[in-house]
Design a protein around this ligand. Structure first.
Ligand code: CA
Length: 229
């Protein structure tokens, strides 16, 4: 599982313990020490899940959770709060603020991984799965490999990310600017027509197997990945 997890935790020892556990479970890890840093990283890296310490210096975990859930770009990202023992009101406030689950400190690495997988399975089953398959087109997120009818398909890194995004978000139209935000990252400044260039390359790569017809242009709206042709 190569899903990206953002850890927001100001205590280095805990942050490190979590990182070790996540890396061992094959997650990719990004770390922030406070809400400001986390907010910057969030738009840029589009993590699959945020592990959020409740007690942070500066803006609290709750404020940060509210911000994540308020922004259109990040509201889909699930949050697991890390709370102190006995903090019943923290848990309730956290769930109110939009957190999807909470874990009480101290916790075991095993419990942590189990909770993360459960939340990912619930909120984004496509991310929790190691492989995504659409009609003979198979994307293996662990190895970053794409197979078409059992043959390996070579894609550039941007085309891979684009296809991954499409396959995990099918049947929905995305504008060029939404694709830039979600695939390139919100702090990357590239022109919208860059999207068209990479869409063209992706379609070309998918053409021999006929899968290019799933990458659809929706006039004056953007692009959609759909199996309904
Ligand atoms: Ca703390």
């Amino acid at each position: 599982m190569a899903a990206k997890i953002l850890i927001v935790e100001d205590e280095p020892a805990i942050s490190e313990m979590i990182e070790v556990a996540l890396v061992r479970a094959n997650f990719e890890v990004i770390k922030a020490e406070d809400a400001e840093e986390a907010m910057r990283l969030l738009g840029d890296t589009q993590p699959a899940l945020v592990l959020l310490d409740w007690m942070l210096p500066g803006a609290s975990g709750m404020e940060f959770a509210r911000r994540i859930k308020k922004e259109e770009l990040t509201s889909h990202i699930p949050i697991i709060m890390l709370t102190a023992k006995g903090g019943e009101s923290d848990k309730i406030n956290g769930l109110d603020a939009g957190a999807d689950d909470y874990i009480t400190k101290p916790f075991s690495p095993r419990e942590l991984i189990a909770r993360i997988k459960a939340v990912l399975r619930r909120t984004s089953p496509q991310v929790a799965d190691e492989t995504i398959e659409v009609d003979g087109l198979v994307l293996d997120t662990a190895s970053h490999r794409i197979m078409v009818n059992d043959e390996s398909l070579e894609l550039g890194p941007t085309e891979y990310r684009l296809l991954h995004f499409f396959m995990t978000h099918p049947e929905r139209v995305y504008s060029r600017s939404q694709l830039l935000d979600r695939v390139w990252g919100s702090n990357v400044y590239v022109e919208e027509r860059t999207v068209d260039v990479h869409i063209r390359r992706l379609r070309k790569a998918l053409t021999p197997s006929g899968h290019e017809r799933y990458v659809q242009t929706v006039r004056s709206a953007g692009y959609r990945f759909s199996t309904r042709v």
